[in-house]
Every structure is written in C-alpha cells, then in structure tokens.
Design a binder for this molecule. Structure first.
Ligand code: GTP
Ligand code: MG
Length: 325
C-alpha cells in the first residue's frame, strides 16, 4: 500500500495520530492528501458541522466548551477545529479556558485541532473544509468550528458548516457593529452570550428586531433565525442553544439538505480550482516573469492581464465569447 492508502486505512481504523497527520496534509495542501480523501470519502457526510463565529471575546471558546460537554452527555463524539487568528503553534491551548479544555483532551470522544488563519493565503476555507471532511470520516458525530468573525475568509470558513452560530455579547458596541460587518447574513442561530450581564436583554431585543425586519422579505417556509440567550460562564441556556441547532438541522433535513450540501461542495471545487490555478499560473507557468517583461511605459497592467489571459485561456475563451454573441 502507498503512503496515502496506508494513512487512510489507519485513519478509518480510529488511529488519532493518523487523523492529526491527515489534517496536516490537508492544511499544507500536501500532494498525498487528495488520494487519502478519495479513500475516505465514502465515510464523509454523517457528522453535523456547526460553525461558531462572532467578534473577539464574545465567549465563543467558553461556549464551545459547554456545547462539547452537553453533546458528550448525549453520547455524541465531537471534533473541534479552532481557527486561530494569531498563533501558528498554539495547540489546543487557545481554546479559552485552557485547563478545562485540557480535561476534554483526556476524553477519547473529543478531538481538538487548531489551524492558524494567518498562514494561509486564501486557502483557509479550503483547508478548514478538508479538516472537517477528515474528522467526519473518522467518525465524529458533531464537528464544531470556532473562528473569529473578522474577515471574508473567516466567513467562508463558517459558511461551509451545516449550522452557523453567531455569538454576540452585550457591551463593546454590541451587535450593531457586527451587523454592519454583515455577520448576521451568515447566521442560522444568533446567540447572545453573557446573558448574566445587565444589557443582554436590550441586545436580545435589537437582534430580534433585526431578524423580524429580514423575515418579512423572506419567502414562506424559510428558516427564521432564532435569537437565543445563554451564559457560557454560568452554564445557563446551553440546552437552548443545542435545541436551536437541532431545530435547524431538522428544518434542513426536511427542506433540501442534500442540495444545500451539494452547493457547498461546488463552492469547495471552486476554491480548489482557484487555489491550484493561482499556483500554476504564477508558479510553473512563469507568468510573473512574463508580466514583468511585458510591462512598459505605454503598457498598462490591464494590457498585460489581457495578454496573459489570452495566452492561458486561448481558444476556450474565443469559443465562449462567440457563444455570447
Ligand atoms: N460574564 C460572562 N463572561 C463570559 C461568558 N462567557 C465567556 N466569558 C468571558 O469572556 C472572555 C472571553 O471568552 P472567550 O470564550 O475566550 O471568548 P472568545 O469569543 O473565544 O474570544 P476570542 O477567541 O479571543 O475571539 C473570558 O474572560 C470569559 O471568561 C459569560 O457567559 N458571561
Ligand atoms: Mg476563542
């Protein structure tokens, strides 16, 4: 058996070291990864993927920890992917309350993995989605992805989840700022964490208003985003968050889960093609040199771009343009 086949077999037999290794291969776009994915792909698709995002300090990690505890109580196994904006070498420690998470790592029903978001150049969503596939094939029934909702690439990460929780908390400009940043657009469930703080009720009402305004424009039978209060610190309302996830799952299963997931797969194909094209275009095909050679006083970047596109796409492009006429 080759390296990929052997690794796939080990992973499917429940070897956690193999699981960690394959996620690294995915993360680094290692040439051995695609063959592993082919081998394990029939086992992908059983896990429910939950994306957890929100502004820094909203309590995402504390909540993740509580969600894991609750899911474990109903005998689910949980894979956790933490997208860490800062440190590339943080292990499981970045997950909020370090000690409690380390307790979890002694539990074989839980696997924690972090991924640095700085490292990747647009490949983050692709790598995160791959990591979820790998954990899914390994057999976890739930997968939680935590990422700080600050930029497009982080949105892309959670958008690949089945259910997206946007976690907000009172104070610090509240959710208004988050709404401006478009964070509400990705939410399947809005969580107001730190409900132990005095302004939580007001934030709840603001969010409920925002949801109502959106719902009037929505077609009938659409998902109405619930606003759920909890305090991850005091361990209250966690069951309500889980219940909202369950409800969203049931709704999707009754609607068109297969279609929704297929659309996400198409997005993944586009990401892979984009990433590979970028590499090929500027690497092997040597277009960087070509661009430099072509640029001159009277040649604009647009001219050079046109020239490169024509040389790369050539006849395919001519045919498409002919079709349009
Ligand atoms: N009062 C209160 N504090 C909380 C609650 N949940 C979390 N915190 C505190 O909020 C701070 C941030 O919590 P984290 O769980 O690290 O937040 P996060 O969203 O993961 O933060 P980043 O990953 O850095 O973006 C910590 O000091 C927590 O103890 C809560 O329900 N109530
Ligand atoms: Mg965190």
């Amino acid at each position: 058996m080759d390296a990929s086949g052997e690794m796939a077999a080990r992973l499917l037999s429940g070897d956690r070291a193999a699981l960690a290794r394959v996620i690294s291969w995915a993360e680094n776009a290692d040439a051995r990864y695609p063959a592993v994915l082919s081998a394990i792909y029939p086992r992908v698709g059983h896990a429910w993927r939950i994306g957890i995002t929100g502004p820094p300090g909203a309590g995402k990690s504390t909540l993740t920890n509580e969600l894991v505890a609750t899911l474990r109580k109903r005998d689910e196994t949980v894979g956790i992917l933490a997208i860490d904006p800062s440190s590339p070498f943080s292990g499981g420690a970045l997950l909020g309350d370090r000690i409690r998470m380390e307790e979890r790592t002694a539990d074989t029903g839980v696997f924690i993995r972090s991924m640095a978001s700085r490292k990747s150049h647009g490949g983050l969503a692709r790598a995160a989605s791959d990591a979820c596939d790998v954990m899914d094939a390994f057999g976890f029934s739930s997968i939680l992805m935590e990422t700080v909702g600050v930029g497009q690439s982080e949105y892309d990460v959670v958008a690949a989840a089945d259910t997206v929780l946007v976690v907000l908390c009172p104070g610090a400009g509240d959710g208004i700022q988050a709404m401006k940043a478009g964070i509400l657009e990705v939410a399947d469930v809005l969580v107001v964490n730190k409900s132990d703080l005095p302004d939580a009720d007001r934030l709840m009402m603001d969010l409920e208003d925002a949801v109502r305004m959106r719902t009037v424009r929505q077609e009938e039978g659409g998902w109405v985003v619930p606003v759920v209060a909890c305090s991850a610190r005091d361990e209250t309302g966690i069951d309500d968050v889980i219940a909202a996830v369950d409800a969203h799952r049931s709704w999707q299963e009754a609607a068109d889960l297969a279609g929704t997931r297929r659309a996400k797969r198409v997005a993944q194909v586009r990401r892979v093609v984009g990433e590979r094209l970028e590499e090929e275009l500027w690497g092997r095909l040597g277009n960087t040199d070509r661009a430099e050679a072509l640029l001159g006083n009277s040649v604009t970047p647009y001219d050079v771009a046109e020239d490169i596109l024509t040389s790369v796409l050539g006849s395919a492009r001519d045919a498409a343009q002919a079709d349009e006429v």
